[in-house]
Design a protein around this ligand. Structure first.
Ligand SMILES: [Zn+2]
Ligand SMILES: [Zn+2]
Length: 331
């Protein structure tokens, strides 16, 4: 289809909203086509199908690619509905596509990502989220080493609060009922390349084979086994060294067909009770207790992890011993 005023109006709509669902896109296109047809041609209007939406998006992307922009889509991790977002396709311009954040705010955003994808994403606890209190205390820029240009101090707590609110408003982050921040669809769509480049250990990439479970378990960015899209919330295999993850609705569909209810890779029984996301936060502290064994850079980051409730301690230690015993059996 030739690029028309209708395309321009549609691109404008995408630009102004953080994300648009497939259903909303159909409505918008229907009203744009109706406006173009004029008041006396309602009878000629066609129903807007998925294929028509995809056609328009393809037209827009051809034009937008000249300016390093793109409309990407993913399926919602919880309801699997299609979501579109207007993104900057150059991975090094972190969250700058349609926003005007200061360097300090962007640096704060990077630290939030580190908290979600490193500090709070351990082998046992893939939380991919950061609690509000923890987030606010990432407000300051770390001091530079001697001889380097002086870093600015960073944000005040109030500045961090405002930045967090803006990141939510703009669709980069979503805040849960329990005050955890995680990446929203727009953030996931725009940052997918950045996340893979930044948080996947590439040290031993050369000699890792596709079947090396250990290797996959150390890759910080997870994909759904069923749909292959990024996964930051869902279910995981019970076996700690196995890298199979699935979105909840994807797991439901998968095990409707695969009735044995076993992990497709390691054949461990799939209970659906091991979570990825905020629901896995209870497992973070146990990892902190073991931090003496982890390298310094990671250790420094993990010291910011919040301590849990005292009364849970004994029970958790017992669970940990049990889990470690099971883990030893695994490996
Ligand atoms: Zn999936
Ligand atoms: Zn498995």
């Amino acid at each position: 289809m030739p690029y028309s005023d209708l395309h321009r109006a549609l691109a404008q709509t995408f630009l102004l909203q953080p994300t648009i669902t497939a259903k909303e896109a159909k409505k918008i296109i229907a009203s744009l086509e109706a406006a173009e047809a004029g008041p006396n041609h309602e009878g000629d209007l066609r129903p807007i199908t998925d294929a028509i939406v995809s056609g328009y998006i393809a037209d827009l992307n051809e034009e937008l690619s000249k300016f390093d922009f793109e409309i990407r889509n993913m399926r919602d991790q919880k309801d699997r509905g299609t979501i579109y977002a207007f993104v900057n396709s150059t991975p090094d311009t972190l969250i700058q596509s349609a926003t005007h954040h200061s360097a300090d705010e962007i640096a704060f955003f990077r630290r939030l990502l580190d908290a979600m994808f490193e500090t709070n994403n351990t082998r046992r606890a893939e939380v991919f989220a950061v609690r509000e209190q923890e987030a606010l205390h990432l407000n300051k820029n770390p001091p530079r080493a001697e001889g380097e240009a002086t870093a600015t101090g960073g944000l005040t707590i109030k500045g961090a609060e405002e930045a967090l609110a803006a990141f939510v408003e703009e669709g980069w982050l979503v805040k849960s009922r329990n005050n955890w921040y995680s990446l929203a669809p727009r953030g996931l769509l725009e940052l997918s390349v950045y996340l893979n480049q930044t948080y996947t250990d590439s040290d031993d990439e050369e000699d890792a084979s596709d079947d090396d479970e250990e290797y996959h378990a150390r890759k910080r960015i997870k994909k759904c086994h069923a749909c292959s899209e990024l996964l930051t919330v869902g279910q995981r295999c019970e076996k700690l060294s196995c890298d199979v993850r699935m979105h909840e609705p994807c797991a439901v569909s998968f095990f409707r067909i695969n009735k044995d209810k076993k992990c497709p890779r390691c054949k461990t029984t799939w209970t659906g009770k091991e979570s990825v996301g905020e629901a896995a936060a209870g497992k973070l502290r146990r990892h902190v207790q073991k931090r003496a064994a982890v390298p310094t850079r990671q250790k420094r980051r993990e010291e910011t992890v919040e301590e849990g409730e005292e009364e849970q301690e004994e029970e958790e230690q017992q669970q940990q011993r049990q889990q470690e015993a099971e883990e030893d059996d695994d490996e």
